[in-house]
Design a protein around this ligand. Structure first.
Ligand code: NAP
Length: 274
């Protein structure tokens, strides 16, 4: 019997299948999220689990935070492993992908989220501080993306990569002459990888978060002087939540974004546009 004007997956009610059940955007997908023990990475993992994905949590160490996130994922009926490792180191990156393939199977989605921020006046910035930020925020994204894409191409599989940048790709904050360039470069990295990987069916996009409530910026959120100054610049008048980055990442990772690649999206409550 014909389905009428809609197919089984294309129905009259957005987000519902033919029988009216909720469609999960990432069902049967396997996602790797770096730096996912807390903050934005954790928000992305939890959103992905709610959307039906199996998830690999990467962070520097296995600890009570990563165990809590793993338990959440499993409570949603998804599979989950934790692979500790420093994604600014090539050997740790290789191991992350080896463990994923061995324990869960080939991944479909990579979220390059791990990042660090330090605040140092330009004239006091040392080589070591420059290198630490650049290697964690930029080189890690390049290495993880390259390792992921090589595997996908060898196996003839498609995939999606989401690189996490920052509002600071477009806004000047004091003491960030190392951090801001690393995040602007993430946008260029995204565009360039997307151009080379498009023919292989691998989409690559970037999210630039604004002020998001995580341990990284707790000092801003807890400062009665600084917080009102920052929030005054945000059209929606509040910091964002990690799950509000998670929902955009889930969209970009899903088939709903099948024709979106090479883009950088500010998810900042209307900060950069104000
Ligand atoms: P966060 O709260 O500090 O969390 C980052 C996580 O990444 C931590 O669990 C950290 O582990 C881990 N990590 C750091 N270096 C790593 C490495 N080399 N390998 C593996 N894991 C590593 O930060 P967040 O606020 O969630 O930020 C996540 C991303 O969003 C970063 O790229 C950041 O630059 C970006 N961002 C954040 C904001 C914001 O307002 N929060 C705004 C713009 C962009 P440890 O805790 O063990 O160090």
């Amino acid at each position: 019997m014909a389905d009428g004007p809609f197919t089984k997956t294309q129905t009259a009610i957005p987000g519902r299948d033919w029988e009216g059940s909720l469609i999960m955007k990432l069902q049967k997908k396997i996602a790797i999220v770096t730096g996912a023990g807390q903050g934005i990475g954790r928000g992305i993992v939890e959103t992905f689990a709610r959307e039906g994905a199996d998830v690999v949590i990467n962070d520097l160490h296995i600890d009570s935070r990563t165990e809590e996130v793993k338990q959440y994922v499993e409570s949603r009926g998804s599979r989950c492993i934790v692979v500790a490792g420093d994604v600014s180191q090539r050997c740790h990156v290789e191991r992350l992908f080896e463990e994923t393939w061995a324990q869960l199977g080939p991944a479909d989605i990579l979220v390059n989220n791990a990042g660090i921020e330090t605040i140092v006046p330009f004239t006091e910035l040392t080589d070591e501080q420059w290198d630490a930020v650049t290697q964690t925020n930029l080189k890690s994204e390049w290495m993880c993306a390259q390792t992921f894409c090589k595997r996908l191409i060898a196996e003839g599989r498609k995939g999606a990569i989401i690189n996490i940048g920052s509002i600071q790709a477009a806004r000047v904050l004091p003491g960030r002459t190392h951090y801001a360039p690393s995040k602007l470069a993430v946008e260029a990295l995204t565009r360039n990888i997307s151009a080379e990987m498009g023919p292989h069916g691998i989409r690559v996009n970037c999210i630039h978060p604004g002020l998001i409530d995580t341990p990284m910026i707790r000092w801003v959120l807890e400062s009665p002087e600084i917080l009102p100054q920052v929030v005054a610049q945000i059209s929606l008048g509040r910091p964002g939540k990690p799950c509000e980055i998670g929902s955009v990442a889930a969209f970009l990772a899903s088939e709903e974004a099948a024709y979106v690649t090479g883009q950088a999206l500010y998810v900042d409550g209307g900060w950069v546009g104000k």
